[in-house]
Design a protein around this ligand. Structure first.
Ligand code: BGC
Length: 618
């Protein structure tokens, strides 16, 4: 019997070892990634190598089916996992199981100045990506806020390279610890949306190195970033998605980046330049990013058949292809074929908790005259809430970071939940639907009615909470366009002033990813800036207004008094938005507070400013 048992054990062990020996290295999850990459490369044909260098659908790039190597599933990013769209168009796929948690905007995260919250954010958001089967999150962004009208500042982390880098590193580390790659945006110098596809940035070497690159560099070196997205704009007159000096020179050689460079969608323009200019995965070609949908031939991408032809003709070396394919394979083994990739979860309780916590710490109290806040509800019987943002879903719109959320608590709902019947609402103004690259035409008579109704109700109130600011409409906080003015739109300045004339107890609450003018500041008692708070907006706002939470956020951007106070507007159109396709960063390193501090320009609220409900004596 014992002998039989021994025989059995020996036989099964031998079988097991034999089976293991048959697992090729590239499929062996225990093998070091570099060995897996090398082994896979050795087995792939030229065609297969080229195949993994470009899109095979709007948001996936191919694997190698013959070898069982997985494709890469990508999704925007960075505030939650985007709604599923059709394989080959920008249309929604209308799934019923792809609603997510919208987390606060990255400017809100930056305003917490709290690295461990950045890690909490990264962990929570990437669990949602993992659960939805995504390998690459298109985000976060560390583009520096040079210009206060930038339509995408809400997706970035403010004007200071140190702060942006310090916040991005823990975020990226926690995302990647879950086996999801971050694709850091937008490399580099994507500081405006106007003419984003073509504008060439002229910037001094010093400003480049001291202001615009350090946050990216930190993410590469300290977070071990896995992928990065080339920006649409040009530098040295070459598009950044295939800019040899930027991608091969600085990113790969100087900083030692070993991951994959992914083009922005429609940011690739040439086969030769892509081959030699450091691009590894071409995405979205054939569209201008969002607005046109041609039927796409993925084989005709710059880095598809045309690239293969150049290799076959001996014009592009096999080394270049091997290097690119190795970077893509590395990304696949780190994510899609990572044995430790998290299973993740969608809309879990801890995700909502994280959302609320980040929001609570990111809200910035900018003014609190006479200690009106925290709100002592016992003192007021009729609280009037005015403003479009009180009821607007602020996860809709904004471009690629738009989110389809499962639950949303609007500011009005959040306030009603704690102040109940005391709350009365008047919209006061209406911003129209969140359209991309255009603004809805609104009927002036209806707008006047909203204004008049608010004024009428104001007369019957004993406290007003105005909830406005920016939103995710085209020409507000939305990609592809910048804001047209530093002032709040839709007549908000006038409305705030009109209301303040009637009711002295007035609190202004603003949402928005950027700074704006506050010409009414001395007429209102309190101002609270919320950035975007995601799915739990209402609860988060209510917690801070009521004093359940003491505000502690600090501005990651300078709020100037007037638009002209920002350095980028000092040099005419050459400084912004550019002339003849060229924009010149003539202010050099004097971006944000560096300018205000050294040139003696008094801001409305300086970088780093933020009050709390505590009073200090020194
Ligand atoms: C944006 C990117 C985004 C991509 C895919 C582009 O228009 O610039 O940030 O990741 O679209 O949606």
């Amino acid at each position: 019997m014992r002998r039989l048992l021994l025989l059995f054990i020996t036989a099964t062990t031998t079988l097991h070892v034999a089976a293991q020996a048959q697992v090729p290295t590239y499929l062996n999850p225990k093998a070091p990634i570099e060995e897996r990459v090398k082994d896979a490369l050795n087995r792939m044909t030229l065609h297969e190598k080229v195949k993994i260098l470009h899109a095979q659908s709007k948001f996936t790039s191919a694997g190698v089916p013959r070898l069982g190597i997985h494709q890469l599933n990508m999704s925007d990013g960075p505030h939650g996992v985007r709604e599923e769209i059709e394989w080959n168009s920008w249309n929604a796929a209308h799934w019923t199981n792809d609603s997510c948690v919208a987390f606060p905007s990255l400017t809100c995260l930056a305003a917490t100045w709290n690295r461990s919250l950045a890690a909490t954010y990264g962990n929570a958001v990437s669990e949602e990506f993992a659960y939805r089967g995504k390998d690459i999150m298109l985000g976060p962004g560390t583009t520096i806020a040079r210009m206060p009208l930038n339509g995408r500042s809400f997706e970035y982390m403010g004007e200071d390279p140190y702060l942006a880098g310090e916040m991005a590193v823990p975020y990226i580390k926690s995302v990647q610890a879950n086996g999801v790659a971050c694709c850091l945006k937008h490399f580099a110098l994507n500081n405006q949306e106007t003419d984003r596809m073509s504008i060439n940035i002229n910037v001094s070497e010093r400003a480049l190195r001291e202001i615009y690159l350090p946050a990216f560099e930190k993410c590469v070196k300290e977070a071990g970033l896995w992928t990065i997205m080339g920006s649409y704009n040009r530098w040295l007159n070459i598009h950044c998605c295939h800019n040899d000096s930027l991608l091969n020179g600085i990113l790969k050689r100087e900083w030692g980046f070993d991951g994959a460079v992914i083009s922005d969608w429609g940011g690739t323009h040439d086969t030769w330049q892509s081959a030699t200019g450091g691009l590894d995965i071409e995405m979205g070609t054939g569209t201008d990013g969002k607005t046109s949908d041609k039927s796409l031939g993925y084989d005709t991408y710059y880095m598809a058949n045309p690239l293969e032809t150049l290799v076959r003709e001996g014009k592009i070396s096999m080394d270049i292809i091997n290097d690119k394919a190795a970077r893509v394979l590395r990304t696949i083994f780190r994510t899609a074929m990572n044995p430790n990739k998290a299973i993740g979860s969608l809309c879990s309780e801890t995700h909502y908790e994280a959302c609320q916590k980040i929001g609570e710490e990111g809200i910035v109290l900018l003014r609190n005259n006479g200690g009106l806040l925290p709100l002592d509800a016992r003192k007021y019987n009729r609280i009037l809430v005015v403003g479009d943002n009180a009821v607007r879903n602020m996860s809709e719109g904004g471009g690629s970071s738009e989110l389809k959320t499962r639950h949303d608590i609007s500011p009005l709902d959040g306030l009603r939940a704690i102040y109940g019947d005391k709350i009365e609402f008047a919209r006061g103004y209406y911003a129209g639907r969140a359209l991309y690259a255009k603004a809805e035409k609104l009927d002036p008579d209806s707008l006047q009615k909203l204004h008049d109704e608010a004024i009428k109700k104001a007369k019957e109130s004993d406290l007003i909470i105005f909830i406005g600011g920016l939103n995710k409409n085209g020409y507000e906080d939305c990609e592809n366009t910048d804001r047209k003015s530093y002032n709040l739109s839709y007549g908000q300045n006038e409305l705030i002033n009109d209301l303040a004339k009637i009711q002295k107890n007035m609190i202004v609450v603003t949402f928005g990813g950027n700074a704006f003018a506050t010409p009414w500041i001395n007429n209102v008692k309190a101002l609270l800036h919320c950035w975007y708070l995601g799915s739990t907006s209402g609860q988060t706002l209510a917690a801070v207004l009521s004093g359940d939470v003491n505000p502690s956020g600090k501005l990651p951007v300078t709020f100037a008094k007037e638009q002209q106070d920002y350095p980028c507007f000092k040099y005419g159109e050459e400084g912004y938005p550019g002339k003849d396709g060229q924009v010149h960063y003539k202010e050099g390193i004097y971006v944000g507070y560096r300018w205000f501090d050294t040139k003696g320009v008094k801001p409305q609220f300086p970088f780093g400013f933020g009050l709390s409900y505590t009073t200090f004596k020194y």
